[in-house]
Design a protein around this ligand. Structure first.
Ligand code: FES
Length: 108
């Protein structure tokens, strides 16, 4: 079953993308030509330009970030918050149907 995810821009505009289970949120956003996620490194955890703020209840459902992701979260262009994640590390599953994230004002 495809998973529907919502990307809410800093201006409040929402982009809805559909993902396959096992795909990352970043891949789903890129595949849909969504704006607001740059993903300069293509998911290699070296850019932090795929930063998103994950809304509840989803933020609590995600596995906590690994050390590599935590380290890269220190390099986000917009302020890092407790619900900040790198979308290339969010692996989508059917339990995340309706996943909603806020996009930062800037990725650079
Ligand atoms: Fe570069 Fe996520 S795409 S860290």
């Amino acid at each position: 079953m495809p998973i529907t995810c919502h990307l809410v821009g800093a201006d409040g505009a929402t982009q809805t993308v559909t993902a396959r289970p096992g795909e990352s949120l970043m891949q789903a956003a890129m595949g849909a030509n969504a704006t607001g996620i740059e993903a300069d490194c293509g998911g290699l955890l070296t850019c932090a330009t795929c930063h998103v703020y994950v809304r509840e209840p989803f933020a609590s459902q995600l596995p906590p970030p690994e050390a590599d992701e935590r380290a890269m979260l220190e390099f986000t262009a917009s302020p890092c918050q407790p619900n900040s994640r790198l979308s290339c590390q969010i692996v989508l599953a059917e339990a995340l149907e309706g996943l909603t994230v806020d996009l930062p004002a800037s990725q650079h």
